[in-house]
Design a protein around this ligand. Sequence first.
Ligand SMILES: O=C(O)c1ccc(O)c(O)c1
Length: 289
Amino acid sequence: MSTQHAKISASVYTSHVPAIGAALDLGKSQEPYWQPVFAGYEASKTWMKENTPDVIFLVYNDHATAFSLEMIPTFAIGCAERFQPADEGWGPRPVPVVQGHPELAAHIAQSVIQQDFDLTIVNKMDVDHGLTVPLSLMCGQPQAWPCPVIPFAVNVVQYPAPSGHRCFELGKAIRRAIESYDTPLNVQIWGTGGMSHQLQGARAGLINPEFDNAFLDQLISDPQNLAKMPHIDYVREAGSEGIELVMWLIARGAMDDVAGGKAPRVAERFYHVPASNTAVGHLILENQP
Ligand SMILES: O=C(O)c1ccc(O)c(O)c1
């Protein structure tokens, strides 16, 4: 591929627990409960400063904020110039407006839809904690986010959610789309949500560290097989909200292929239980030059 084209340099994976955003916004990040969570991201914040991309393609889920049970696309790509932080009930988070990249987003939409994945084009959308908490964890509290962000919303809220396999294949299509964009942009792809958690019902509070750590291991070294895991296994092992982890497979699908002999480098790995009701997991993978 010519160096005149965009490329994916790295992927970031992280939970997006809303209480993490509230802790930061309310100045509680050094309290004993929260300190270990934020400490786990210190090295990643340094990495982010040293490896700031031109664009972040950020895979997340909307939590009935921009969409609702009235209308919920399986995959939606944000093509707007900018996206406002959403009001999720306590006013919008005091974080910067998210600048989009309409040109690259339109190119990805064109390419991915022509590769037979149906995407919904979104030209106006507020972004909730699913998108802003990962930015806060990786960038802290800047005046402006360090680069444009293309929001990519996945339905993991209203059944049926897409399979891990479909997400993994979609990641590959997104990579082909980015690598056919004829401007040499450095793009990161982020997969967010998870890890194990269940917010409702008889198993509310479920956390499964064995499953989570096995998921991290396999995401690194054997994502092809991990992508075969059926939906019911996520729900049984990681709880009803654990299904958010299929979004990590979109980001992993866009990265170098272990099966093809090119293993990405693990730059950071962190796991902590709990933050609010959730197990926090985090990885950074870098494609090798
Ligand atoms: O742990 C929690 O409280 C919690 C709440 C809402 C979410 O969307 C989530 O991912 C986690």
